[in-house]
Write a new protein. Structure first.
Lengths: 279, 363
């Protein structure tokens, strides 16, 4: 049932057109952050307003929507965003990755490989990969324009010099199609390889920061590294306590006050299917 | 066996029901009417209108009630509603010289044409809790003084008298249509019209702190309140079918013009300069702060020195003055971050393990 007081998927058509233009520009220039006139949404900045606006702009009545947060369909904010689109767009929803045509996500890429019929929308808090090296927007835009990424290389090198490895475990920076350095949103670096050569369209929306960027299907996405210190995707060295998967990304759960803990899949759909023996 | 935590949906519904109940309070008390909030909590209402960028006292009162008195939450409700409204067009600039004044003070001249009107101000109240207000809400017995609001006869701005002698920088009208902060992404560096738009909807507390920092020497600009006026102004709009502008309503605004000392630079003669603040409703703390910050941000065009002060740094000020953006990003750290935290845990454990390996090697 959809809410008649608002347009399909909440945003008015003029706003959707503005956002679609930004998305198309983003797809035309992979990894480039396109400024867009982000609107105030009925959920707070930081809750995924960028992702919600992108989803609202590309959603059609025939879509089947899946919303995940931390890999799970039933985390509170995923529930809230799914409800928002059920109410304002009346679209079908699912928890199954392979049944969804659109997936909005926060902090994870599903374990189940995506297909060319799917769009993955990321919620992005800080779109600028250089932000914590250079806080000024005026300066970072210059850095991207000139592909002057030396600052980032130095930072990665200093990590290795200090810690013996690159000490970034999530929001690990990538180079897109040999040109722009991009922040893949705070996904664990375990997920970075899934960005590369992905058949699905990947869209990134940062509402508060007013930026949209995109990865067209089959884009080459390289996690930044050095020849002698190659990138490695890592996860906790355990198997899932529920489904037994040894290859999926794990959440650590504290089970008692005596140091007891267990590891379970962060991707709840993958875990359930795998436990049934169907994944 | 461990079962993954489910039930986010039920938890959300239950939380909302609890919120509704706690908003209502004990049912043996009468429910708070939005008209009471609108008329008896007027300064809260005008703050919500100013920072919500929507002039509608009834909706602001509703938002305050719905937000249980949390003004930033109320401002957010108004912003979220505002963004869904259609746009018919832009009004012609309001004429604040034609304001029907309820308050007008100048700190630079003892008297000026039009006089000074204190109006309904806290300025000279003694801040002693008035327990009579707790006992009852009766009107004071003192009769209202003669005068009250002025009629709409134009009261010239105090700064225009200085301007006549060329002692203050000229503020020539600029007919360029201003950019719209709510329809286009903010581009930096921003011109003054865009900066003023951002400051007008910026957080009162943030601007207060910044303005105060300039007074304490972080880019001090020696502000005098040339004039502070509060009152009603007409909003007029050009109607294409008619070919002229008609009045479509009236709004209350607070306008503050500061006179700032300026010694002159290589490019500018010695003269006074201006800072400007304009906000919805009776919001004079905000208007004053806005004027000081506006002036501080003008250092470059006036050929002043960059002292590296926060109030001079437009990217710093404009990127952080919006309380809806700020509170959203601040509060989002309450949301689940299991995945990134897990990634960090694993990294820290690995780095520590590497360190103990090295210790063993050394031993």
């Amino acid at each position: 049932m959809s809410d008649q007081a608002y347009n399909f998927a909440y945003l008015d058509e003029g706003t959707k057109r503005m956002i679609r233009r930004a998305i198309l520009k983003g797809i035309a220039v992979p990894g480039y952050q396109v400024p867009f006139a982000s609107r105030e949404m009925p959920m707070p900045y930081g809750w995924g307003t960028g992702g919600v606006q992108v989803t609202a702009a590309v959603l059609t009545p025939g879509d089947v929507l899946k919303v995940i947060d931390q890999g799970a369909d039933d985390t509170t904010n995923a529930v809230s965003i799914r409800k928002f689109f059920q109410r304002t767009a009346g679209v079908a929803t699912t928890e199954r990755t392979n049944e969804a045509t659109m997936i909005q996500t926060r902090h994870r890429i599903p374990e189940t490989p995506l297909t060319g019929d799917q769009i993955l929308v990321y919620q992005v808090p800080i779109p600028e990969p250089m932000r914590f090296l250079e806080p000024r927007e005026t300066e970072t835009r210059r850095i991207h324009a000139l592909a002057d990424y030396g600052l980032m290389q130095v930072r990665l090198y200093e990590d290795i010099a200090r810690h013996g490895e690159i000490a970034t475990s999530y929001a690990y920076p990538v180079e897109v199609a040999g040109r722009y350095v991009m922040d893949p949103s705070p996904i664990p670096k375990f997920d970075n390889p899934k960005l590369d050569d992905c058949p699905a369209i990947q869209l990134f929306g940062a509402g508060r920061e007013q930026r949209i960027y995109a990865l067209p299907p089959y884009t080459h996405v390289r996690s930044l590294d050095f020849e002698d210190h190659p990138f490695t995707a890592s996860k906790a060295d355990h198997a899932c306590a529920i489904c037994g998967s040894g290859t999926s990304y794990l959440d650590e759960v504290i089970t008692d006050d005596a140091g007891g803990r267990m590891f379970v899949c962060s991707d709840t759909d993958y875990c359930a299917q795998n436990a049934k023996g169907g994944a | 066996m461990y079962v993954a935590v489910k039930g986010g949906e039920r938890a959300i519904d239950a939380a909302h029901a609890w919120l509704d109940r706690s908003r209502r309070g004990p049912v043996d008390q009468p429910v708070l009417d939005t008209a009471q909030i609108r008329d008896q909590m007027g300064l809260a209402v005008t703050r919500v209108m100013a920072e919500g960028s929507l002039y509608d006292p009834d909706l602001a009162a509703l938002a305050i009630k719905q937000a249980c008195g949390d003004l930033i939450e109320a401002i957010f409700l108004i912003r979220a509603y505002r963004t869904t409204l259609p746009r018919f067009g832009a009004s012609i600039p309001i004429d604040t010289a034609a304001m029907r004044l309820k308050r007008r003070v100048s700190a630079t001249f003892k008297d000026a044409p039009g006089g000074q009107i204190l109006g309904p101000t806290f300025d000279y109240t003694h801040r002693l809790l008035d327990f009579r207000l707790m006992a009852d809400g009766e009107l004071p017995t003192e009769p209202l003084a003669e005068g009250g609001e002025t009629e709409s006869a134009a009261t010239p701005h105090v700064l225009s008298f200085l301007n006549r002698d060329g002692l203050i920088e000229d503020a020539a009208p600029d007919e360029t249509p201003p950019a719209d902060l709510t329809r286009e992404p903010m581009e930096l560096p921003a011109d003054r019209t865009l900066r003023l738009q951002a400051l007008a909807r910026g957080d009162e507390g943030f601007l207060l702190g910044l303005a105060y920092s300039t007074q304490r020497g972080y880019a001090r600009n020696h502000a005098f309140v040339g004039e502070l006026r509060i009152g009603m102004v007409a909003v007029e709009m050009d109607i294409p079918e008619l070919g002229f502008a008609i009045e479509i309503g009236e709004i209350e605004v607070t306008e503050c013009e500061t006179v700032n000392q300026f010694k002159g630079s290589r490019s500018e003669p010695a003269q006074f300069t201006r800072g400007y603040g304009l906000t919805f409703g009776q919001t004079e703390r905000k208007a004053l702060a806005m004027a000081l910050v506006d002036r501080a941000l003008r250092w470059e065009e006036l050929g002043e020195e960059d002292q590296g002060a926060p109030a001079q740094d437009q990217e710093f000020v404009l990127s952080h003055c919006d309380n809806i953006q700020a509170t959203g990003f601040l509060e989002h750290i309450k949301l689940p971050h299991y995945v990134d935290f897990q990634a960090e845990l694993e990294l820290v454990r690995r780095l520590r393990a590497g360190l103990s390996d090295q210790d063993e090697d050394a031993a």
